[in-house]
Design a protein around this ligand. Structure first.
Ligand SMILES: *Cc1c(COP(=O)(O)O)cnc(C)c1O
Length: 381
């Protein structure tokens, strides 16, 4: 089966991990800050805090931004559930802003409308989480302008977009946001097995996220409530978690990061090849807004909803692991129990109804891609 996404592990990655296993440190050793500094430098952000998943990064970012009971977090309905669950972990409430029908990105026009309504009813969000769907950045300058006007914080979910760009700058530079998070799950742009990172230009947010990652415990005398009793002293100053990324994972991440640009270039070339060879079929090809250079996490076409299931099954029967991104978050039973209903976010629901993600990963060969294209041509032309 050709999967829809797959990691690329090379000998140099394996050697980096073995070197770590032979070293003195398996967790929170010297490789962790090196990996953090390398990702921060890549993005052009000042600080980075590595954690053990993208989900954990969303959670510590929300807590550091002060999200709690009584607060609202708004995100896109067309995303992985983690973008919304992070609010519920903090005891806050979630709502969604519908997408642009072609790009799948949060609609800034809908956001503006919804903010105006929320202002009248006194229910403005504390945090808005734009999701850089499939690898293309949302219109961050426009969202930032709304944040200035309505006073919310911005947490970019860039799980799909490490290596992507927005108006000439790397996604993660946080020019228009408070925090940006990445995921290093094996299908994402680079992998550490499981893993994630939060980047920010705000030293205080970085300090809080680093505390939350490790039980809320500090060894810095300056952060303690009173003078340390001795050199062994540490204090728990807030309620944190064990969300630490291991040095073993940081070794893999550092090694992978060295090939990120190569990966994005390969994904882009394959995406262009799909676009050229699928152009005549009755399907909608992915749309990347003019402000973004996509990292091409996903290659997502849209077909007639009535034919999606059959096509999905035909591809699977041919050994092609197509996938569907995403069941809109508000359609899951857990969210229905919170009061959301079918029809609440019609653009996301319509997008989902025809969505089909084709295999796209750096080691996908052109011969494999030709096989995928041939099956689509046989069934759609
Ligand atoms: C993968 C993903 C996450 C969560 O990342 P994990 O590392 O799997 O916890 C969050 N948001 C989006 C959009 C994702 O695709």
């Amino acid at each position: 089966m050709i999967p829809y996404g797959r990691q690329d592990i090379r000998d140099e990655d394996i050697e980096a991990v073995i070197d770590c296993l032979r070293s003195d440190w398996l967790t929170q050793g010297p490789l962790l800050p090196r990996f953090e500094e390398a990702v921060a430098a890549y993005c052009g952000a000042r600080h980075a805090v590595a954690v053990n998943s993208g989900t954990a990064a969303l959670h510590v970012a929300c807590l550091a931004l002060g999200l709690g009971p009584g607060d609202w977090l708004w995100t896109s309905p067309l995303t992985f559930v983690a973008s919304a669950n992070c609010a519920l972990y903090c005891g806050a409430r979630v709502d969604f802003v519908d997408i642009e029908p072609e790009s799948g990105l949060m609609s800034v026009a809908r956001l503006a409308e919804k903010l105006a309504t929320a202002e009248r009813s006194g229910s403005l969000p504390k945090i808005v989480v734009p999701v850089h769907f499939a690898g293309a950045s949302c219109d961050m300058a426009a969202i930032h302008e709304l944040a200035q006007r309505y006073g919310f914080r911005i947490l970019e979910d860039a799980a799909h977009a490490l290596g992507g760009r927005y108006r000439g700058e790397a996604v993660g530079c946080c020019r228009y946001s408070d925090v940006t998070i990445f995921s290093f799950h094996p299908v994402k742009l680079i992998t550490t097995g499981e893993g994630g990172m939060a980047v920010t230009n705000d030293a205080e947010l970085a300090r809080k996220m680093a505390l939350l990652r490790s039980h809320g415990i500090t060894r810095e005398p300056a952060e303690m409530a009173e003078t340390p009793e001795g050199p062994w002293y540490y204090q728990q100053v807030m309620l944190g978690f064990n969300y630490r990324l291991t040095d073993i994972q940081a070794a893999l991440g550092l090694s992978q990061l060295g090939r990120l640009d190569e990966y994005v270039a390969r994904r882009t070339a394959l995406a262009e090849r799909y676009a050229a060879l699928l152009a005549d079929l009755p399907i909608a090809l992915p749309v990347c807004p003019e402000w973004a250079v996509s990292a091409w996490h996903l290659y997502l076409i849209r077909v007639a909803p009535a034919r999606r299931r059959e096509l999905f099954e035909t591809l699977r029967a041919a050994g092609i692991g197509a996938q569907v991104h995403y069941i809109p978050v508000h359609r899951h039973p857990y969210y229905q129990a919170l009061g959301f209903r079918a029809g609440d976010f019609p653009n996301a629901e319509a997008f989902y109804a025809g969505a089909l993600s084709l295999p796209l990963f750096p080691m996908l060969s052109e011969a494999e891609q030709d096989r995928i294209i041939a099956v689509l041509q046989e069934n759609l032309a």
